[in-house]
Design a protein around this ligand. Sequence first.
Ligand code: SF4
Length: 589
Amino acid sequence: MSATAHTSPATSPAVAGQVVLAFDTNNRLAVVEAGGRVDLPFRGPDRGAALAAVDRQVVRRSPPAEHFTVETPAGRLAVDLVQAYELAPTASVRFATLDSLEASAPTLDPDLRTILRTLEPRLHQIPYLHLDASDFIYKFRPEKERNTGIYALDATATALYQSKLCAAIKALARAQERTAGQPVSLDFGAVEYVIPSHFGFCLGVKNAIERAYETLAANPGRRVFMLSELIHNPFVNEDLLRRGLRYLQTDKGLPYDTEGVPVPSGTAGARPLLWDTLTPADIVIIPAFGATDEDKARLVRKGIAVCSYDATCMLVEKVWKAARAYGREGYTVVIHGKAEHEETKATFSNTRRYAPAVIVRNLDEVRQLGEIIASDDPRVRARFFDLFANKHTPGFDVDRHLERVAVVNQTTLLMNETLEIVEHLKSVYVARHGPEGAARVGGGARRDTLCYATQVNQDALTRALAEPLDAAFVIGGKNSSNTYQLYRLCEQRLPDRAFFIQNEASIRSRDEVEHYVFPAHGPGGSHGGHLEVHPLWPGDFAKKRVLITGGASCPDGLIQQVIARINSLWPAEALRSVDAVLADLGARD
Ligand code: SF4
């Protein structure tokens, strides 16, 4: 049995017939049953005849896509895939999940059995058959179409997501979404806060959160899962769990069992995995990071409506499209990212379909890659497989696959570091091949594939750090690396007065702050993340100037709650009201 791509099944003399596989939006396959046997309903001598068979039973469908041929017991068959949106009232076909068909293999027609086996490498594409290469799975909603009311479902959601102060700051300071502006001052009397023009949620996260809340509200009684954590913020995740959402796996990809306990790979848990309990009635939301082909294929087999609840950020998808274009142009794709991060795993999984790929963590690793590219010594070149073990595509050929490279990034990393990586690689190729060597590096020109959100939060923070300050608080989840990058900038400016906190409760008193020490990354993986208690202002009641910012996973409500907590360290008579401060901003409501 074999499958090969082809373009013209009807004119190929070697093709014995045509099959059209029609999937519903739950990725279940249309089959027909006769005489106890499950068969393919849509076949004919050529594509026209097979599509006509589809159109007798399906009222609306997508154009045919994913053309390939398969050697079956009946000879060589051409296969097209379509998505069927609506069956005719008289239709005799039924839709079946691929898992259920596989489980009843002995009852399947031999051609169907053979074709199903060849589908495996194409499963991840089935949910998106109706999309063109230039379409996006999910586009950002324009501001006026956003469902911001979802953030005020109840008191908990309001406290978490809504902040009058933050809304006023954003209205005032964000003249441009992509460019940092001047920080805003909030003068409460005893304390004056300096807030960068950009902080907190990016558009991708806002869209994904809205999708999650909307889906829960619109589907009472159905099980709603998310592939893994929506964002790295425990308060957002807890609020979603409280509303009934469940996660299928941890951010490291470990599956949860039915009691919510992660099961290490290679071990048999005491209870079934949530993955194994999924049915077509369930909803699984794909978070803004996207998902790997392998995870999408698992969902397709189970009959989950993958595309309907796919909240992959369109800026992440732009990176995937760029990687595909680079692959088609003959580049090897260098992914600037953290190999263990969900988004980088998804980008790597997408890229490997089109190009050899390697993941580099930072400029240091790129310098080592540069030494390998610059050298003809086989011993130096062999170092690639130690340095990038488990971070390159199978069959990577150092001699052939490092001739031309193009860089894409994990969008939550710094755009500027990605651009430095591009520049460094260009210098390596120019040194080796002369001035025309620069053309062997792609990635610098396509700046629109670099997400601005993380960079603009940092640029805005840098501007705010130029102000006179007594302390800086950076709010974010413990495993949020972009929050840690913000903290590092603050630490450089205020070594003993910069704090990485999770929420207002981290500020225990005027004397003590629970500061989170981010884990160090070394050869053994991540280690050492822990809380330390640091002094704040013991016995010091002088007026303070305090910077507050939040990482991309920090809801606005937390910023206002931290402000309220710090204010509470002073007597009420020493403080101005929130309304008075809003009036300063010209935003009293
Ligand atoms: S950081 Fe950028 S790419 Fe990532 S979810 Fe936010 S907007 Fe999208």
